[in-house]
Design a protein around this ligand. Structure first.
Ligand code: HSE
Length: 298
């Protein structure tokens, strides 16, 4: 018995919600095949797309699968094939897609013994291998879909947030690598109270705006005064991209996860495509290769 799955890319943080907010990009993602075997254990039999370790204990998908497997102790084993489309270090949840795909697939093959929160819990074990800490802001939207807020990781509590009908994401992925662990290492351990007040007001108002489909309030809320000032230095032309997409009508623009991808949210596909052109214009003038995507958020 085997299952072929699509494991989606995701945007973590969503400007103001560092480590808690995220949304799913269901048009971009990895493919994986999970196969039930008589031989016990977790074996990675194929990896295409990027050069990643085959040993389960050194592979993000393997680590999350092993964590789940060791707890459930099923009377069988699993083979995993990974067809990686999301570039590692791109800032759109590459490691999360791997971590989620294996646990999701195994759960399906076992007859769904675990709920989505429990799957997120095991996926966190794989994600920790890549980012050196346990956070679930990419994992939760990959598993639940749409927007999610990770209320806490211990105990793990994920809230599903509604998505306004006409909300689109546009992304640009400059082909440079930013390692999540390094992008975390440059952050200050403490922040001024005034910045904290601005940030939590924005998180609260963004959540309210999603519930009420208030696009003006989404626009008012998509600001990051805590993380962006430090991380934007790792992303060439960040300010230029941000200014030019706001000029053509984006609701907001920020770093996707730990970067280097940059995302913008827009009301309607027409604006989202204008935002895509604005992003392309900035990077076309440079030597840096890039890819752009437009995705409706569901
Ligand atoms: N919240 C995480 C970060 C997402 O920004 O470091 C990247 O894994």
């Amino acid at each position: 018995k085997e299952i072929k799955i699509f494991s989606p890319a995701t945007v973590a943080n969503v400007a103001c919600g560092f480590d808690v907010l995220g949304f799913c990009l269901d048009t971009i993602g990895d493919e994986m095949v999970i196969r039930k075997t008589e031989k016990k254990g977790i074996t990675i039999t194929k990896i295409e797309g990027y050069d990643l370790p085959f040993e389960a204990e050194n592979n993000v998908a393997g680590v999350s699968a092993l964590a789940m497997y060791n707890d459930l102790q099923p009377d069988c084993g699993f083979e995993i094939e990974i067809y990686k489309h999301i570039k590692p270090g791109s800032g759109i949840g590459s490691s999360s897609a791997s971590a989620v795909g294996s646990v999701f697939g195994i759960n399906e093959l076992l007859g769904k013994p675990l709920d989505k929160t429990k799957l997120t819990f095991y996926a966190m074990k794989g994600e920790a291998l890549a980012s050196k800490c346990e956070h679930a802001d990419n994992l939760a939207p990959a598993i639940f879909g749409g927007f999610t807020l990770v209320k806490s990781v211990n105990p793990l509590l994920v809230l599903e947030l509604p998505t306004p009908l006409d909300l689109y994401a546009t992304l640009i992925h400059p082909q440079i690598e930013v390692k999540t662990s390094e992008a975390r290492a440059i952050l200050p351990k403490e922040i001024p109270l005034s910045n904290a007040i601005t940030q939590w007001a924005n998180v609260g108002s963004l959540v309210h705006a999603l519930h009420t489909s208030d696009y003006d309030l989404i626009k008012e809320s998509l600001h990051d005064v805590v993380i962006e000032p430090y991380r934007k230095q790792l992303i060439p032309h960040f300010d230029e991209v941000k200014n030019s997409v706001l000029e053509v009508g984006a609701l907001g623009c920020a770093i996707s996860g730990s970067g280097p991808s940059i995302f913008a949210l827009s009301k309607g596909e027409t604006t989202a495509k204008a935002v895509q052109s604005a992003m392309q214009n900035v990077y076309s003038k440079t030597d840096i290769k890039f890819e752009t995507y437009v995705s409706k958020i569901n």
